[in-house]
Design a binder for this molecule. Structure first.
Ligand SMILES: [Cu+2]
Length: 345
């Protein structure tokens, strides 16, 4: 019965059109109700409410659930997108967690099945009262501690790698706003200029670069277009938001980090293959959250240089008026609306 339900899930997940999806889900629902009914019947039998028709349905059902769950995990069509960065450590820790929790899950169900079978109702049997067992408590406490430590320890090691940025990274800025992604790369001087949300102007300065900072003049500003990066080079992404909380997430890179207004957060990765990968916002950030998508294109060196050469610098984008008149405190009225990148609609 459980296999029947499993087959239904597979049909639903592989199906291209709605009819098959609903057929598959119906399969699964029917088998779930069937199993539920079997369990109910056997409980009734155990309580003597009903003539014993099917001996020991519950233990077998429990074992079947454990077996099919593990089988489903192994054969599941819902799995990660193929990795495109150095962060295979993250996959390893998740796999480890899956296996540890899977083994415990199967063991608990097997224990339940054993107990249901071993201590089933029989005429004249009486239960023993044994409220405490120091030995059993010690075994469970120590066993559980080891299991949890085994799941947490690899995560700490990987987290340490994740927050330790290597020296040879290229700095690139990604800025989230409702509801698009902008980027900035250092120009000839190899340095990003300073920025402030009070400098943000929808036309000419979407990232709020400081017009008086000479380091910022040659910065390459990519507004709501694809970000290109060279393959094989470690990248340190500096993350900013100019309005509300966002989160930068590229599933293939296995990296995700929140973007917090007023703070610069960061993450780093090394792209390991060329391709076009979607950026998702992973923090609910307003009605347009689900359409807040962008793309990172990983190029070989030649294609990357060609793309880089075609980009505009901050100085070439900005209008002369912007650079001079709003740099001082006289620009105060302009600052009032400067916190937002653009009108909501
Ligand atoms: Cu967002």
């Amino acid at each position: 019965m459980a296999l029947f339900g499993l087959a239904g899930l597979f049909i639903a997940s592989r199906a291209a059109d709605a009819t098959f999806i609903w057929t598959g889900l119906a399969f699964t629902l029917i088998s779930v109700f069937w199993i539920y009914n079997l369990i109910r019947i056997s409980f009734d039998e155990a309580e003597g409410k009903r003539v014993r028709a099917r001996e020991q349905v519950v233990p077998y059902t429990l074992l079947a659930i454990a077996f099919c769950s593990v089988l489903f995990h192994v054969l599941s069509p819902w799995w990660w997108a193929p990795i495109a960065s150095n962060w295979h450590y993250i996959d390893n820790t998740i796999n480890l967690t899956f296996w540890l929790t899977g083994i415990v899950f199967a063991a608990v169900l097997a224990f339940m099945a054993y107990c249901v079978f071993r201590f089933r109702h029989r005429e004249g049997n009486r239960a023993e009262y044994e409220p405490e067992s120091t030995r059993l408590e010690a075994i469970l406490a120590i066993g559980t501690s080891f299991g949890i430590a085994a799941m947490l320890a690899p995560g700490l090691v990987v987290w340490n790698q994740y927050i330790t940025v290597p020296d040879n990274t290229v700095e690139v800025e990604a800025v989230g706003q409702q509801w698009s992604w902008n980027f900035r790369l250092a120009g000839q001087d190899g340095r990003l200029g300073t920025s402030d949300v009070r400098n943000v102007r929808p036309n000419g300065n979407p990232l709020g670069l400081n017009p008086d900072d000479s380091h910022g003049q040659d910065d390459i500003v990519v507004e709501a277009e694809d970000l290109h990066l060279p393959v094989g080079k470690p990248v340190r992404l500096l993350l900013r938001s100019i309005d509300v909380l966002h989160s930068f997430y590229v599933p293939e890179f296995r990296v995700k980090m929140d973007m917090i207004p007023g703070m610069v957060t960061q993450l780093w990765f090394t792209p390991t293959r060329t391709g076009r990968f979607q950026i998702l916002c992973a923090e609910l950030c307003g009605v347009g959250h689900s359409i807040m998508r962008g793309w990172v294109v990983i190029d070989d060196e030649q294609a990357y240089q060609a793309w880089l050469g075609a980009q505009q610098t901050f100085a070439s984008r900005a209008s002369p008026a912007l650079a001079s008149s709003e740099g001082d405190s006289a620009g105060r009225p302009g600052r009032q609306d400067g916190g937002r990148a653009h009108a909501p609609h």
